[in-house]
Write a protein that binds this ligand. Structure first.
Ligand SMILES: C[S@@+](CC[C@H](N)C(=O)[O-])C[C@H]1O[C@@H](n2cnc3c(N)ncnc32)[C@H](O)[C@@H]1O
Length: 223
């Protein structure tokens, strides 16, 4: 099964680098994902290809207009059902649980805002969900869309080693334990001896303790 991501943006060229390298590139080449980047300006209605306008009620900045986005998404989906996400600093906070949820979908639409954001009617008309990647404000939704595509793609069967996913941060509510590789000592810092002991049960116990401690001291939770 191939998961299709349809991304709507004013800046399609931004995606070439992150999607053209490493694991995501291989996932595309192996048919695990299809990533279609759509320039919102294709569905504009005037010769200047205007996709934004001043906000009703006044205020700073420009707002992305509803018609090009709504018509673009409708035209690409052509009646096929899909989960539609709008990147928004004020949306539901994206997390590993949501990444897993999205990895079970066939068709995902990601809409990238810019400037002051997107006309609110797009959310209603496309029955979309607003998603934030964290409590800070970026210049546009392109980086959040890349984050979402990346985190969902690596969860798809066959994209990376299943064992890597099982032990990862946030997969079971804990963050991962620390990793070490050669050399065994570097600038006076030695690898914890238990990791060199060859004693699998002791290693597992040490890793679990480290995960619990790191989760306790580093993870802020709203739950
Ligand atoms: C400059 S921001 C708009 C911020 C908006 N005026 C506000 O106060 O929430 C432009 C676009 O970047 C995207 N964006 C910015 N921060 C984001 C975040 N933390 N998560 C997801 N998208 C974000 C959204 O698509 C947003 O429409």
């Amino acid at each position: 099964m191939t998961v299709r991501f349809s991304i709507f943006t004013l800046f399609p060229d931004m995606f070439a680098g992150p999607f053209g390298e490493s694991i995501i590139r291989r996932a595309v080449e192996n048919g695990k994902v299809q990533i279609d980047i759509h320039d919102i300006r294709i569905w504009t209605h005037d010769r200047h290809r205007t996709a934004d306008d001043r906000p009703y009620g006044g205020g700073a900045g420009m707002v992305l207009m509803a018609p090009p986005i709504v018509e673009g998404v409708e035209s690409v989906l052509a009646g096929k059902p899909a989960r539609v996400l709008i990147t928004s600093a004020g949306g539901r906070t994206f997390d590993q649980e949501m990444a897993q949820e999205l990895a079970a979908e066939d068709d995902l639409v990601l809409i990238c805002g810019h400037y002051e954001g997107i006309d609110a009617r797009v959310t209603t008309l496309l029955d979309a969900e607003e998603v934030s990647i964290g409590n800070y404000v970026l210049t546009g939704g392109e980086l959040p869309a890349m984050v979402i595509v990346d985190s969902v793609t690596r969860l798809l069967p066959g994209v990376i080693d299943d064992a890597s996913i099982a032990e990862e941060s946030h997969q079971d509510g804990l963050v991962e334990y620390p990793h070490y590789t050669r050399p065994a000592e570097y600038r006076g810092l030695a690898v914890p001896p238990v990791l060199l002991s060859g004693h699998h049960a002791e290693v597992a116990k040490w890793r679990l303790e480290q995960s619990i401690e790191r989760t306790r001291t580093r993870v802020q939770t709203s739950k």
